[in-house]
Design a protein around this ligand. Structure first.
Ligand code: SIN
Ligand code: MN
Length: 267
């Protein structure tokens, strides 16, 4: 899949780009079935603060994961994902830094404070924020349902010295400090709510500031995240590295798969 020149330009300007209807209803339904299966089987999982509700699980693209998913392995390597990631990064050799599914369950799905992903990844030894994540929307989000918000142009501010949020998340998240975030919200355009339909993708820059609210709705908000990092930006050694399901050491460039996502016969 090829983006238009305007789309690539919009990504450069805003730090994110919504591309609607990339995957069709049959494909999205297969992804929902797969999320239901992995939610009960995945070992690389994080719970909400109550210790019960599932918040997220990792490593959905990886054939060596304890709970491998052939479907998401194909999605991650699909020309509809790899093509746009290569275009916005201007690089062809990309590896997967990590992949995850945020389930944000109805009623109990909790918030993510304002943050830049590179604010965490710099501590993983990633040399630059020249990395792009693709969010794949599997269950459409609403504002009531805790959709994601991006601050347009925030990637151009550079890395905002993060602090660790011990209060609102169930795991260590490096966030933009509150005082600085209030300044940014006063200076930049209004945050954009990502409420695109299921099957849409959103590409975003490593320094794009984003957050999401509590899911107060009756529906889960299923989002997949695939982090495409140029091999030229692979992580360097750090003390006490995070585990491989968040900081992959498999730097082999991803090889494009046939674009067939659902009707593939497995051996
Ligand atoms: C994230 O930034 O890692 C997740 C945000 C969300 O899914 O709302
Ligand atoms: Mn994030």
């Amino acid at each position: 899949m090829k983006l238009t020149a305007e789309q690539v330009q919009a990504y450069g300007r805003d730090g994110f780009l919504v591309v609607p209807d990339v995957f069709d209803a049959t494909e999205v339904e297969a992804m929902r079935d797969e999320i239901r299966r992995l939610s009960t089987e995945s070992v690389d999982a994080i719970r909400e603060k109550d210790g019960e509700a599932l918040r997220m699980f990792y490593r959905i693209h990886d054939e060596r994961a304890p709970t491998p998913s052939p479907l998401f392995q194909r999605v991650a390597r699909s020309p509809r994902m790899l093509g746009p990631a290569r275009e916005v990064l201007g690089e062809s050799d990309l590896y997967m830094f990590h992949s995850k599914c945020n389930v944000k369950e109805a009623i109990s799905g909790d918030i993510w404070q304002w943050h830049q992903d590179y604010g965490s990844w710099v501590f993983d030894g990633m040399p630059t924020p020249h990395v792009s994540t693709i969010l794949l929307i599997v269950e459409q989000a609403s504002e009531l349902g805790g959709c994601l918000y991006f601050v347009p142009g925030s990637h151009k501010l550079g890395l905002q010295a993060p602090e660790i949020d011990h209060v609102t998340t169930s795991y260590k998240l490096r966030v933009v400090p509150k005082k600085r975030m209030i300044e940014i919200l006063g200076e930049l355009p209004r945050p954009v709510a990502i409420t695109a339909p299921a099957g849409s993708i959103v590409l975003f820059h490593g320094n794009a500031i984003h957050s999401s609210g509590h899911n107060l709705s009756k529906d889960p908000r299923w989002h997949l995240y695939f982090v495409y990092n140029p091999v030229s930006n692979k992580t360097e050694a750090v003390d006490n590295p995070r585990p491989e399901h968040v900081r992959s050491l498999d730097f082999r460039p991803l090889v494009e798969a046939p674009d067939e996502i659902v009707s593939v016969q497995t051996a």
